[in-house]
Design a binder for this molecule. Structure first.
Ligand code: TRP
Length: 337
């Protein structure tokens, strides 16, 4: 069966290894299946809901994210890559959905709740930020997405989207909107830990390895990685749990036998941190070098990147316009037909 897949990223910086294992790899696989129609959206409007005063950061990040997409091998021939703000129908859909969503329901959205805490909004929550789950419902339903690959933290958004689609269809006696299913990242690939071992890899924690990092930067970061603080001498037995080097080897090294061997040796004692870090460095360099090279190549012609985004946005707009038309028909507000 044909699947319509839609996902996206907030452009607030370059993409890192956490994005790579958590979503990009999965998208690459999905774009290979001719039964999938894959849309990838750069959610600049959503990024602006909490970056209103720094639009230039968002604008710059749109290009960076697009370069990251091309670098990992997202293929604009197979995947429709577009920019949220260039599809006015999304905002229009949101306008109608807002009428069937209550403020108390938005207040109960756990992701929004915890983000309000994290960002320290207190009583000064931007209204646009508060409503972004409805905007996200518009993104998803505009393309009649059947599947939305996102992290576990996005589950409440999907639940709310399903509710909106269901309520809209019931109220207006239509089947214009589709209730999408969530696709979670493969086991262990969900929230990649940062190089400090403290929390999920993120820009704010400054613990990331970026797809655009130089070979030198990668090496420095690997060498500074959190391991087992009690593994002092090479001959001491070391801990695997919480040891970032082994976490990354589990995720990035395809040679699982070799990784098991290293783990056994490390736990027994006799394997030094420098050695496993050098090994991990080789593994990461081999993965990231072709990505970095493709990125450098693509960044030589930013006009072509712009043209790619424009073509994708035009394609996406046609689809969203069709859904908006159905929505307005269902509501009886297509006056001049
Ligand atoms: N909220 C998503 C995130 O922070 C980004 C996003 C915006 C998105 N619109 C979307 C993801 C629609 C999937 C579908 O990662």
């Amino acid at each position: 069966m044909k699947r319509i897949i839609l996902t996206g990223d907030r452009p607030t910086g370059k993409l890192h290894l956490g994005h790579y294992v958590g979503s990009l790899q999965n998208r690459l696989k999905m774009q290979q299946d001719p039964d999938n129609h894959v849309y990838v959206m750069i959610a600049d409007q959503q990024a602006l809901t909490d970056n209103a005063k720094t639009p230039e950061k968002v604008q710059k990040s749109v290009t960076e994210v697009a370069l990251d997409y091309l670098a990992v091998g997202l293929d604009p021939e197979k995947t429709t890559i577009f920019i949220q703000s260039q599809i006015p129908q999304l905002a229009e859909l949101m306008m109608y959905y807002l009428n069937i969503v209550t403020v108390s329901r938005l207040n109960r959205n756990p992701t929004v709740k915890s983000e309000i805490q994290e960002k320290g909004f207190n009583e000064s929550i931007p209204a646009g930020f508060f409503m972004y789950p409805v905007s996200q419902a518009a993104d998803i339903t505009a393309f009649k997405a059947t599947h939305v690959p996102v992290g576990e933290d996005q589950r409440p958004m999907l639940e709310q989207t399903r509710e909106i689609a269901r309520d809209f269809n019931r109220i207006y006696h239509t089947d214009a909107l589709i209730e999408p299913d969530i696709i979670l990242p493969p086991k262990g690939h969900g929230r990649l830990v940062g190089i400090d071992g403290k929390g999920k890899m993120s820009k704010s924690l400054n613990n990331g390895i970026y797809l655009s990092d130089s070979a030198d930067d990668i090496q420095k970061k690997v060498m500074s990685m959190y391991t087992d603080p009690n593994h002092i001498r090479v001959e001491d037995p070391g801990q695997i749990e919480g040891n970032v080097v082994f976490t990354y080897l589990d995720v990035f090294d395809d040679d699982t036998e070799k990784v098991q061997e290293l783990k056994d040796q490390y736990q027994k004692g006799g394997l030094g941190d420098v050695k496993i870090k050098r090994y991990l460095n080789d593994v990461l360099q081999a993965k990231l070098q072709p990505i970095r090279e493709r990125r450098e190549e693509a960044s030589k012609d930013l006009d072509a990147v712009q043209a790619m985004l424009k073509a994708g946005s035009e394609k996406a707009e046609k689809v969203a316009a069709q859904t908006l038309d159905e929505v307005k028909n269902a509501m009886g507000i297509n006056y001049f037909k």
